[in-house]
Design a protein around this ligand. Structure first.
Ligand code: ZN
Length: 238
């Protein structure tokens, strides 16, 4: 895994399909640095930290979460820095922290439609030993909006309406004109892949209102502002 440069101060690591690892962001401030999403496991998070170390950068002191889905949050327990998530994200994580991660309990959650097939398959790919799964809530939580001064550069955490999940948070770095959106432009996989067009319209307005050049998405290559707006328009026309 290697850190890919977007600007001199903003980087990301690549997603991978096998166990649905999402892209992870790195925002390098003068005083501290921030990671966007915690990865889907301790292994994922540690690969990210190795990539950061290889560039001679410091480990992230803050880890901001875009939404509750396992692939973005199951690395949280292994992070050294302070984790930050939306209150709705934490509510869901608190629920999942009670779950047992055994073959039989996972099959039960699938049968009861608490969990979805795709996540179940990818979790099993990431974790040969299911007993290694740890789910935790974040150290800090917020609702609405939060701004973090990293030293010469800021990270703005915006809770946004999204058809993907109720707790979606976008991370805007105004100085570098980069926006991290996680999976916000996506279907609701936990609701039969439903696409709520009202929420998508609202998200489109929000994203159009942000001043940025590059949009980092959860499971694809970064795109331009124009491109993400086009994607949203084409989803609306479906
Ligand atoms: Zn997701």
């Amino acid at each position: 895994m290697e850190l890919r440069r977007i600007t001199d101060r903003v980087f990301y690591t690549m997603f991978s399909k096998e166990s649905d690892r999402p892209t992870l962001g790195y925002i390098n401030g003068e005083k501290r640095s921030l990671m966007v999403d915690a990865g889907n496991s301790k292994n994922h998070l540690e690969s990210f930290n190795d990539a950061v170390n290889n560039e001679g950068f410091r480990k992230p002191g803050i880890i901001a979460i875009t939404h509750w889905h396992w692939d973005h949050t199951f690395g949280m327990h292994a992070a050294d820095g302070v984790t930050i998530a939306h209150q709705k994200t934490n509510a869901k994580l608190a629920e999942m922290a009670m779950w047992e991660w055994t073959d039989s309990e996972m099959k039960k959650r699938l049968a009861e439609k608490v969990e979805i097939e795709f996540a179940d398959t990818c979790i099993r790919n990431e974790y040969p030993l299911l007993s290694e799964i740890r789910v935790v809530t974040s150290d800090l939580s917020f609702s609405g909006f939060m701004e973090i001064d990293l030293g010469g550069i800021t990270a703005q955490l915006h809770h946004v309406a999204s058809p993907h999940s109720e707790d979606s948070v976008c991370v805007l770095v105004p100085q570098e004109r980069v926006l991290f959106i996680g999976d916000a432009v996506g279907l609701d996989y936990y609701n039969n892949c439903y696409l709520d067009k009202d929420k998508l319209r609202s998200l489109l307005t929000t994203i159009e209102g942000f001043d940025f050049d590059t949009c980092v998405v959860g499971h694809a290559e970064p795109v331009s502002k124009q491109k993400i707006v086009e994607v949203m328009h084409s989803l609306l026309e479906r």
